[in-house]
Write a protein that binds this ligand. Sequence first.
Ligand code: FAD
Ligand code: MG
Ligand code: MG
Ligand code: MG
Ligand code: MG
Length: 546
Amino acid sequence: LTYSDSSPLRSILHANATHDSDGNPIRKKKVVVLGSGWSGYSFLNYLNNPNYDVQVVSPRNFFLFTPLLPSVTNGTVEARSIVEPIRHLMRKKGFEYKEAECVNIDASNKKIHCRSKDGSNLKGTTEFDMDYDILVIAVGAKPNTFNTPGVEEHAHFLKEADDALTIRKSVINCFERASLPNITEEERKKILHFVVVGGGPTGVEFSAELHDFLVEDVAKIYPTVKEFTRITLLEAGDHILNMFDKRITAFAEEKFQRDGIDLKTGSMVVGVTADEISTKERETGKIVSEPYGMVVWSTGIGSRPVIRDFMQQIGQGQRRVLATDEWLRVEGCDGVYALGDTATINQRRVMEDIAEIFSKADKGNTGTLNKKEFNGVVKDICQRYPQVNLYLKKNKFKNIAQLLKSANGEDTEVNIEKFKQALSEVDSQMKNLPATAQVASQQGKYLAKCFNKMEKCEKKPEGPLRFRGEGRHRFQPFRYRHFGSFAPLGGEKTAAELPGDFVSIGYSSQWLWYSVYASKLVSWRTRMLVISDWTRRFVFGRDSSS
Ligand code: FAD
Ligand code: MG
Ligand code: MG
Ligand code: MG
Ligand code: MG
């Protein structure tokens, strides 16, 4: 065996050795991970394979627990309490970390180009290249402005820890400014007009947090200006929280109404200047401009520039989001994986593969599947195509045999036409996974587990299903398990949508939310800090210094 020989057998034999049988050092495969967020951190956390030389590149030397970020904007939780330094994990795992941003991926030469960030006391940047054998892209996404003029310049985003701190300072500055003498009433109203753009979970939660702050704290500390404050939530669609159950949307809209949050649906922002925000009303087509003191922009996410370039390179230029297969391998290049918000899984349609599925299952080439053949193939289909289970559930079929019976009657043999007919509707249940921490962290864990048994599986490639490839596949495709979503609505009320069509709204869900998030906080350190922040808030109220 030569040094360059990378046969899987050899790596198994020498799984823990640093030298091969000839005394040559084994070159470990170099895995470069981009990003230290939900997906990247989770991948690194579960990766336990001594055969990899792992290098992490991220401009941020910490993991950020984003679900609690809106609570940082009003001081319920401190920013420090929801970050976890990446260096702790690096030391524990023996990985290497570089604080830099990847600015270019050269997939054909398996190289990346990186740039360090401008530090506060270190002016200028440093650039360097890195080689990789395997690249794991977990860079997340950037806020999407839809090219609305003035947004980059004048609005705040709520994505990073710094954003939350800036928002917090800005809110308090507005109140201090409004409390100064020689400010006209009109100006005071303008300064204390807070506008939130986007009725998704983040926009809604931020509005609720801001409202709580106004009611519970501002009323006491700025009693003279309280009456001038106003919160407006702008949403282009018909409803806020439209990804949630209708009951939750209705409850949230009603609650906001009662709280006096000015909810404007059907109004799309067309521009932001230093003093005014302009919206186009969908019904009338009229453009309305209103003065504001602060705007927070939270309308969704888009691909980062480095990913857009990369997509051009690998022939995905026409797509909106980077596509992977169900094993999280980037389509169109070799040795590159992508997970989290930066990518979507390009799920295959059953109907595209149906002829192939049928012929593989039809062992004797008889043109029909008997009961045994049919049952054999069904299990694989359910595993490979998640839309099948969703379809069965939606239509209240206990299993796929029932579905077939509805198409095939009492016949025991099924031909291709009946087979197609039975499955003809299942693809309608395909949907992309949401861009959430839940998905990102599950993908990180999944990929780490694949990497942990990579050598064993390389012998039997992770390829497609039994009936499509040779032998049994070792890697299951990625499967998402939904554990429910929460939408904190302020005033100690949280809406929870749990699996099994269970919706709960109120105080009990608030406590469920506290306990779920406390249990998900990555380390005992952050857990302690957040719980003490919560306690402090209950006892002493929020800190209102900027
Ligand atoms: P991120 O977690 O964003 O991580 C990206 C990482 O890549 C960061 O470390 C970043 O510094 C780094 N990076 C960026 N550019 C580069 C580059 N060029 N090179 C190298 N590294 C780079 N989801 C839920 O499930 N529940 C919630 O309650 C919830 N609340 C949220 C609240 C807020 C305010 C926000 C903003 C998001 C919330 N989310 C929530 C969504 C969740 O945070 C994201 O889905 C999740 O962070 C996606 O993980 P990721 O690893 O893809 O990206
Ligand atoms: Mg990440
Ligand atoms: Mg994160
Ligand atoms: Mg994704
Ligand atoms: Mg047959």
